[in-house]
Write a protein that binds this ligand. Structure first.
Ligand code: ADP
Length: 572
């Protein structure tokens, strides 16, 4: 109650009870107490005011410290930080943001985030996209700088509602990292281009080298067939061995460069595994006989003869392993063993082993020999020749089929190279003739007599070699030197089969075949066998795609030429 009101009340009581001594004393006491109360009240108000001021001062000091602390952090942090409201209007920026964007604080505060985000029309559009991203740690955007209109940055956004601030946008300049990444990609592309150029160069060279080699091997074969003088035969054998060896080297280098360039393709076709492996072993017997080494084939009868896979790659692997085994064995035997390891529903796991009783390999050298260009020692190189590429190729070819080549060897006693392949079961039926290894469709040489053959080949030496064999089988051969001539001749005469070289001037073998197949003439289905000096699988596929029926690689093996002609005449 105020003093005024109190005095008015006392006056009213005085009017009702005038001249009461008791009341007057009471009034005097009330008046004293009230004055005391007022004094206390004033004191209290003053101390409250003082305390509030002190607290306010304390609070202000603390706030200043806090702000200074935050300002120091924001000023020293390398990441750019921008705070903005819900609409993207910029509220504050740190010095790194100014530095990264090359824009002054004033300029940024006058703008909103859509002006900073290079690829977004509004801040909301950006937030919408941002919220959709699952891993928000690595979001990359372009921000607009003063000098650089598109600065690559890593960005992260947090929602934060105090006063007018709604978002804190933190970003880091990744220009340098992007430059490094681009440089790495460029280097990789350059390396790929270089390796592509290398592969193309090797492919061209292989053609150039294999063509004369074809003539050398072919003519040597012819001379060996006609020669009776044992002295000369010995010389011719050496010539044959050297030229074949040279071909192996060329093929090794080509294959290796192809594998390096990641250009190997695997087929998955039905084939007779037993016959394929037996043929490879047979082909190596000749070398074994020369050294008086037994070359054996051990087939697990639990295995079905037919499988699905890539017979040419398997042949390449086994030829290499058996070839090495024969090469590094002076006495005893080389056994190629094929065993069923595990039978599954649609596939079989098959183990292939090449076991020899040769020189063996020391423990410490066993892993080294699978590296490219490595041999156990320089003595090996001098004594046995070779490039040291064979096993590196074999290892990669096996690895590309999800397996691993393994080796058990005892120095001085022999070696066992083995690997397991999971091969799909084939649905094809085996017939008895096949099991005995006789190809039912193969004509004997006498049946080839009188066949009319068009040989399309531009190289006179190759014409000579092919003609020699075909003449021997008494075939009736006509020669065309390019695709144009071939078509002209086919139009005039009915041939039984065409042997078509692929690389020829004017019109190549692919073009000529495509034209024959699409001619609509009676000769359109004539069997055509491609002849090529290229070792590459792609060339074979290209030939088949152009409409050819089969493929023989040069230098021809007379047996293969005979086999392919018989097969294609019968089928067609
Ligand atoms: P190359 O036979 O052309 O020298 P490889 O890569 O096929 O190259 O073999 C590498 C080396 O491994 C050979 O030089 C030889 O020292 C060793 N080697 C390979 N196979 C055998 C084997 N069956 N017995 C003994 N040594 C072998």
């Amino acid at each position: 109650m105020s003093k005024n009101l109190l005095e008015k009340q006392i006056e009213k009581i005085r009017e009702t009870y005038p001249e009461s001594e008791f009341l007057e004393r009471l009034f005097a006491q009330i008046n004293d107490s009230y004055e005391d109360f007022e004094k206390v009240q004033k004191l209290k108000d003053r101390s409250i005011r003082m305390m509030s001021q002190e607290m306010l001062d304390l609070y202000k000091t603390a706030q200043k410290k806090n702000e200074a602390f935050i300002a120091t952090i924001l000023g020293t942090i390398v990441d750019g930080i921008i705070t903005c409201d819900t609409y993207g209007r910029i509220v504050a920026v740190n010095s790194s943001a100014e530095h990264i964007l090359g824009r002054k604080e004033k300029n940024l505060l006058e703008n909103d985030m859509s002006n900073v985000l290079a690829d977004f029309d509004s801040f909301n559009e950006f937030i919408e996209q941002y919220d959709k991203v699952e891993d928000q740690n690595e979001i990359e955007v372009f921000l607009s700088g003063k000098k650089q209109p598109r600065i690559p940055c890593e960005i992260s956004v947090s929602k934060f509602e105090i006063d007018e601030v709604s978002y804190i946008v933190i970003f880091r300049d990744i220009t340098e990292r992007k430059k490094q990444e681009a440089a790495i990609i460029e280097e990789k592309e350059k390396a790929e281009k270089a390796s592509q150029a290398k592969a193309e160069f090797l492919s061209t060279m292989s053609h150039e080298i294999r063509t004369p080699m074809n003539s050398i091997v072919g003519i040597t074969n012819i001379l060996i067939g006609d020669e009776t003088d044992p002295e000369k035969l010995k010389l011719l054998d050496t010539l044959k061995f050297s030229s074949e060896h040279l071909l192996v080297l060329i093929n090794d280098i080509l294959d290796f460069s192809k594998i390096e360039a990641g250009k190997v393709e695997f087929e998955n076709i039905d084939f007779n595994l037993k016959r394929t492996v037996r043929n490879i072993v047979e082909a190596c017997k000749f070398k074994g006989d020369e050294k008086n080494i037994e070359v054996k084939f051990d087939w697990d009868e639990k295995l079905s003869n037919h499988v699905k896979g890539d017979p040419s790659r398997l042949a390449q692997i086994l030829t290499n392993l058996i070839g090495n085994a024969v090469k590094f064995t002076e006495k005893g035997s080389v056994t190629t063993k094929v065993t069923l390891l595990e039978e599954k529903e649609v596939s079989n796991v098959i183990r292939f082993e090449v076991i020899d009783t040769g020189i063996g390999i020391q423990k410490e050298k066993q892993s080294m020999i699978f590296e490219s260009f490595s041999q156990t020692d320089s003595y090996t190189t001098r004594k046995y020749g070779g490039t040291g590429l064979g096993l590196a190729i074999t290892k990669r070819l096996i690895e590309l089929q999800h397996s691993k080549v393994q080796l058990e060897s005892e120095y001085g006693k022999g070696s066992n190279f083995f690997f397991d392949l999971e091969m799909d079961k084939s649905l094809e039926k085996t017939n008895e003739q096949e099991e005995r290894g006789v190809d039912p469709s193969l004509l004997d040489e006498k049946q080839l007599a009188g066949l009319s053959i068009l040989l399309v080949e531009d190289n006179p030496l190759n014409q000579f070699v092919a003609n020699k064999f075909l003449d021997k089988w008494k075939c009736d051969v006509e020669v065309a030197e390019n695709g144009f001539q071939a078509i002209e001749q086919i139009e005039k005469k009915e041939f039984d089969i065409v042997l078509m070289d692929l690389q020829m001037p004017e019109k190549n073998g692919f073009e000529a075949t495509a034209e024959i197949r699409s001619s609509g003439q009676a000769y359109k289905d004539i069997p055509i066998i491609a002849l090529t000096a290229s070792a590459f699988m792609e060339e074979k596929n290209r030939a088949l795609e152009a409409g050819m029926n089969d493929f023989i690689s040069k230098p021809f093996n007379p047996k293969e030429l005979h086999e392919k002609i018989s097969k294609n005449i019968i089928v067609n």
